[in-house]
Design a protein around this ligand. Structure first.
Ligand SMILES: [Zn+2]
Length: 301
């Protein structure tokens, strides 16, 4: 990827927002230029079967659309490409954001459909219980499948949220260009590899560029992305990139420290261990002093 200078970045932004689609949050009652419309539902990646023929080109245009985020050598976005998913944008045309293969169906389901969904999950859990050597009909387990189904739906309720609703009208024009940090936000998420919880704290910082976000919304954003099947690295990036998209700030810094049940409960690591991930964008990435200030303020230095 070639380097972008500021003008190119701005041009790219204007181009993307030059359409009639309205996902951008309102800024003090003013609706900013909306996102570029995407030709289809956003979940496009090469490892999921797609019935849509335009998936490849759409995927490409999406990558280039967001390429400014990974414009420089050595950014978090293009040095860790172990998963192509990480290159997907955190905000898409309908704000549901990926992975959302079934998210829309879930979001728009009727009450009966929701009940039926819960029932199907519960049936699957009965199978699991049986295969574990249990008797799903014994008293203690009688309602476990339904309970588990409801719990799983809650743990993944972030699929039913979208950035637009989370942000609402909480983006404000403000002549403030000092670091804003909300630290120690509790997060609970599910490891997508083992379907067991990981949980801990997220610290979010940004340097505004004449736009600020209502502080509680930082926690809401973290909640939305963490109530999905996740890996900690991606969760970190998604929160950072969403904030980058929403505010167009001078910089974004996100650090997550979390304890993974799949690690601590299986003896892979000692139970006190935690995993730290970070995503630094803009000035936090470019200027070590700024980054150090952030890390000091969140007590990680
Ligand atoms: Zn795991």
């Amino acid at each position: 990827m070639s380097g972008f200078d500021d003008d190119e970045r701005i041009n790219a932004f204007e181009k993307r927002h030059d359409s009639t689609n309205t996902i951008r949050p309102e800024v003090n009652g003013r609706v900013p230029a909306p996102h570029q419309p995407q030709p289809q539902h956003p979940t496009v990646n090469t490892s999921l079967p797609s019935t849509r023929s335009s998936s490849v080109s759409s995927s490409r245009s999406k990558l280039s659309q967001y390429s400014y985020l990974g414009q420089q050598e050595g950014t978090p976005l293009n040095t860790r490409v172990a998963s192509p998913y990480t290159l997907n944008p955190p905000i898409d045309f309908d704000g549901l954001s990926w992975p959302s293969v079934g998210a829309r169906a879930r979001l728009e389901q009727t009450e009966e459909e929701a009940k039926a969904r819960e029932g199907r999950i519960a049936d699957a859990v009965k199978t699991i219980l049986t295969e574990l050597g249990e008797d799903p009909n014994r008293e203690g387990l009688l309602e476990t499948p339904e309970r588990y189904a409801r719990a799983m739906l809650f743990f993944t309720k972030g699929y039913e949220d979208n950035v637009k609703d989370v942000i609402k009208r909480a983006v404000f024009e403000e002549d403030h260009d000092e670091m804003v940090i909300v630290r120690d936000i509790e997060i609970f998420s599910l490891c997508e590899h083992h379907l067991v919880p990981f949980f801990g704290k997220i610290h979010i910082g940004y340097i505004p560029n004449s736009r600020v976000l209502g502080l509680s919304k930082l926690a809401r954003l973290a909640e939305m992305f963490s109530r999905r099947l996740q890996v900690q690295e991606r969760l970190t990036k998604q929160v950072a990139m969403a904030l980058w998209e929403i505010l167009e700030p001078q910089g974004v810094a996100v650090v997550i420290e979390a304890s993974h049940m799949c690690m601590v409960s299986r003896g892979v690591q000692k139970s006190g261990s935690s995993t730290l991930t970070s995503c630094m964008l803009g000035r936090f990435r470019d200027a070590q002093k700024t980054r150090d200030e952030f890390l000091t303020l969140i007590g990680k230095r």
